[in-house]
Write a protein that binds this ligand. Sequence first.
Ligand code: DGN
Length: 257
Amino acid sequence: RPIGIFDSGLGGLTVFKEIVSLMPNESIVYFGDTARIPYGSKSKETVTKFAMQNTRFLLSKNVKIVVVACNTASAYAYEALKAKFDIPIVAVIEPGAEAAVRATKNKKIGVIGTEGTVASGAFKKKILELDSSIKVFSKPCPLFVPLVEEGWTDKEVTYLVAKEYLEEFNEKEIDTLVLGCTHYPFLQDVIKKVLPDVMLINPALETAKQVFEVLKENDMLNNSSEEPTYYFYASDNLKKFESVASIFLNEKIKCEE
Ligand code: DGN
């Protein structure tokens, strides 16, 4: 049975990529909710409803685990999904928070994400649960998602926006910053220019490691030598999904509705 992944759109392909590189035997079904992106500015109730529907869709494809690759959906709906569905569910918040706590030396961590993710306080809560002596500074950076979607990852305007959002973290003297939104790892170079001495945490990589652990614990890893299959579904703009995903993954993909 395949691994199921969903995101509000294309950004969760960062998680897809990390899972493929860590578990090359595993088949994957990916769903991008391109008809309803962005999740970042919607309410908890709405995002939770979408997350439930997306999970049911993946279950209809017979997946063995559901990976919530969207930070906003993880922040708002992870508990509800766990309570509702009788299948392992992994979300991006917990692994990202754990990696940040391991990385910080001066116990000052910054968290950036969508308005929804920051308003939920999910990263902060998880970090403080792990170490209550840590200081957490959170900031929503809503303009980052459209800049990445536009492909403007190395434009001057993106640097200026990053400077405006992030310069305050230099005064706060954080040594670690959680890139708490699927799109932000694409801006690592620009963010590094504003915060050169800060360690950047990409939750996608940590999430892939957690998926591996959960599958292993449940004896669900695929041990057969059959070629894995990858299926991509999107709820709108299939052609755009295909072209951007093909560039991003370095191979041609087909996407179904
Ligand atoms: N995937 C969303 C997240 O990680 O929060 C970002 C895109 C969005 O829905 N705004």
